[in-house]
Design a protein around this ligand. Structure first.
Ligand code: PMP
Length: 362
């Protein structure tokens, strides 16, 4: 078999080898069923069990309370950027946005039928940190307040949720869902595309509090109506069967091999620390983007002080089996995405390579 490299891609991203092996083993026929997951009806008893198990795993890992629905939707996180205001700010109230990077800005841009309030904008500090609590004044009558818990491009992550009073907190958790425990009760709605920490591209997880479903206007197209999608248990039309199956396998792996999100968070912090230490101890050879208190545990963007070394760095890294380290085109430099499925050994190998490269090129 082709050797697997350490893949630091921001998404679609590394998946647990155990989940891939299980999918490969059962690809021709699910055990006891004799049909592939790619060929089975979404209304079959087998798939009904698979989607229920995926939901049960998420409920267990994230301790999702009874009064929240879990939806498996299509269209990526980007479609949720538009669907959220269509459903939650339909009664005339305007939403509010806390902007800490590229994705939060893109989310706000999709608000078409309301006037979003910008509560805080990290633009003046080049999106290098999250706001402090005393910088936030959330309008009490906002329909909701939106945050991006982890900005994938800037590598800026909220260490804890901001306090937004009684306004429903809506969170794009695309690049840090399942990386650490969260108190779901602090959220009105939390959503995440799967292709970083939860599975492959093609499914987006939405966790929404029951009472907010009452805001969905009846005239919305069915596929954009949270209330209807929840009533139909994500089976209004054919769901992304294979992607949901993979979410089940990935969350099975988390429960079986990691045990809990507390443990996952401990491992993730350890991995991130290895890279931030290498950056901090390089004497300025490597420069991180985010301020220390806002550093992401999932995405570590950094630049080489001498930009002419970017290409040799990336080439040498790839030769050493460390791939997809190029930074996002909007910020340049490098970025190591170290999601749940990136093993500690992969991060150690990158850390060793970085120290070595620095030593030989400074
Ligand atoms: N939000 C965040 C934080 C992301 O990182 C991404 C994808 N990189 C998106 C939204 C967009 O997700 P999708 O491509 O599934 O629409």
């Amino acid at each position: 078999m082709e050797k697997r490299v350490f893949n630091f891609s921001p998404g679609p991203a590394v998946l647990p080898t155990a989940a891939l092996e299980e999918a490969r083993r059962d690809l021709l026929a699910l055990p006891g069923v004799g049909i592939s997951i790619l060929e089975i009806s979404h209304r079959s008893a087998t798939f009904t069990e698979i989607i229920a198990a995926a939901e049960a795993n998420l409920r267990k890992l994230l301790a999702i309370p009874e009064n929240y629905r879990v939806l498996f939707l299509q269209g990526g996180a980007l479609l949720q950027f538009a669907t959220i205001p269509m459903n939650l700010s339909s009664g005339g109230a305007n939403p509010a946005y806390i902007l800490t990077g590229t994705w939060g800005n893109k989310a706000m841009k999709e608000v078409k039928a309301a006037e979003p309030t910008v509560v805080w904008d990290g633009k003046s500090t080049n999106n290098s940190r999250v706001p402090t609590q005393d910088e936030l004044e959330v309008p009490a009558d906002a329909a909701y307040v939106h945050i991006t818990s982890n900005e994938t491009i800037q590598g800026v992550q909220f260490p804890v949720e901001p306090d937004v009073g009684g306004v429903p907190l809506v969170c794009d958790s695309s690049s840090d869902i399942l990386s650490r425990p969260v108190d779901i009760e602090k959220y009105g709605l939390l959503y995440a595309c799967a292709q970083k920490n939860a599975g492959p591209a093609g499914v987006t997880i939405v966790i929404v509090r029951d009472d907010l479903l009452e805001r969905s206007p009846a005239e919305l197209p069915s596929m954009l109506n949270y209330k209807l999608l929840a009533e139909k248990k994500s089976l209004l039309n054919t769901p992304p069967v294979f992607a949901i199956y993979m979410v089940k396998l990935v969350t099975d792996w988390l429960l079986r091999e990691i045990g809990s999100l507390e443990e996952m968070a401990r491992i993730n912090r350890r991995k991130a620390q290895l890279l931030y230490d290498a950056i901090d101890r390089s004497g300025g050879f490597y420069q991180g983007h985010a301020e220390p208190g806002s550093r992401s545990v999932m995405n570590v963007p950094f630049r080489l002080a001498d930009a002419a070394l970017d290409v040799p760095f990336l080439e040498r890294a790839a030769e050493n089996g460390l791939t997809s380290l190029k930074g996002h085109r909007s910020v340049g430099g490098c970025r190591a995405s170290i999601y749940n499925a990136m093993p500690v050994e992969g991060v150690q190998a990158l850390r060793d390579f970085m120290l070595d490269f620095c030593e030989n090129n400074k």
